[in-house]
Write a protein that binds this ligand. Sequence first.
Ligand code: ZN
Length: 564
Amino acid sequence: MLDNTAQNSNNGVKNSSADTADTTLPDTTFAEEFGESMDDDLADVSLSDLGKDAGDFLTSLRDQAVEFWQSQAKPQLSQASEQAKNAVSQANAQLAAQTQKLNDLTRLLKKPEHVPFAITHVSIVDDLESKPDQLDMRRNKVRVYPDQTIVVGADGKIEEIGDSASIEPALPQGYRRLDATGKFAIPGLINLHVHTFSNGKPLQKMTSKDQTLKMRRFFDTKAGREAAFALSLKNLETMLRSGVTTLRTLGDLGDDAIRVSKLVDEGRIIGPRVLASGPIIAAVGGHGAPLISTECADEADAAVAVDRNIAMGASAIKVASTGGVTDSTQRGEAGAVQLTEGQMAIICEIAHEHGLLVAAHAQSLDGVKNALRAGVDTIEHGSELDDEAIALFKNNPKALHGFSIFDATVLAGVAMRDLPQSVTQIDDIPLANGTDITNGMLAGLKQAKEAGIVVSMGTDSAMPLVTQYGTWRELEVLMKYADYTASEALYTATHVNAGVLGLGSEIGTLREGYSADIVITDENLLENLSTLDDVELVVAHGLPVFRPQVKKNEEIECNLDMLG
Ligand SMILES: [Zn+2]
């Protein structure tokens, strides 16, 4: 009512209140606007009185408004803008810190100039008589060659290798000497199953669909992509510092590991040689979805997904033939068949046209056989085998090598199976599934070895308790749980893995003309494998990384020491 009066009176008060109220009002006269609607009751109210009342009312409204502005709105507004300013500067500071971290990492990994050098008087632990381009699984001939000298050329390759007595005196001018008397040299380790999205801490119980989707959305933003890249860079640097000079990622958040692989290939950073898969190709709701997998409903989807990974720069392809342990919510779900043989066959066809190996996550016999029939090259984890599966492994014309490989990942399985749930933080159902699957994998591994199937190794890093620096732990569990000798374990992590990648004439052994990928240890690992826990020197493509310490998670190390 008051408002109405004031509104109706507005037009007439201009003159009468002009000196008290500093407001600008429309320029129509009171009589024009108000006169027509004025009824008899108001007929004798004098215009001046009405004008004065309305003017006073308006003045008080104006005063109230000024009071409100000064006492409440203005402070609130400036507080709000202060908050906004704070938020912006906070965001800027965060961005600067992240950029700084990224720059630090990049600088840390900055490639220095190649300087030719020689590692002198070192004991080599390798098999120097094998035919490294042939995958001979029955060899067990790694031994110690004392007092050797390895000459590393400016091209990053091994220029010469042999007895110190004959090589050292003839070392050309300008070659730096690293005297490694009392030390041991092995070829750089090769890890065929790496993830970079985590550091191996126990699984956090935050895997609700909703949270996973939120994380997925974050990793699809620019900030998320950069975060994933920084994570990959850091974790792959850790891999290098632990003695891994070549690795294959099998399930990334996006193009993060691919970007790192390009930086290494372009010689812009020292890093391990990376064959990167990008996201896993999985069924709808399948293994790793939605965080690290692309979901495919049919064969057309599968073709699109593999094309996209290849276009992104992937140098390996990963498919999920079955469900996985960590994402299982029902007993038996972990090995359930997911992608069809047809979907995997199309993926293999396209990947093989580009010369890329296809790895299949497969944790049941049906899943293994579907993948093998589709032409998959490496079976990840694996299961107990039957005669048909064994025959398919050994003769698989659709696979790139003409046969397929059993790529065991024992550590992730036994850590989950054998350590207390208080350590692994794994719920009952994944634990039950994990136990079944680990038992099946170990049975299959034994069968594969006996049948002469090529058995390679990877760690499945980023899984609970599988750190980025613990590749040597996989060798340890191969000895403890699968009856490998130290010689077989090292041969697998070097010669065999190189051959599986089709790089048997470039890496995996210390020979003339091979890439200078070398790890120097304090002790002879054939006698004490844990000497790999803290290596002395890593050389990647001829570039030395001195004092390559890594930051360890002591709690995880204590728990893993309890295994076996
Ligand atoms: Zn994996």
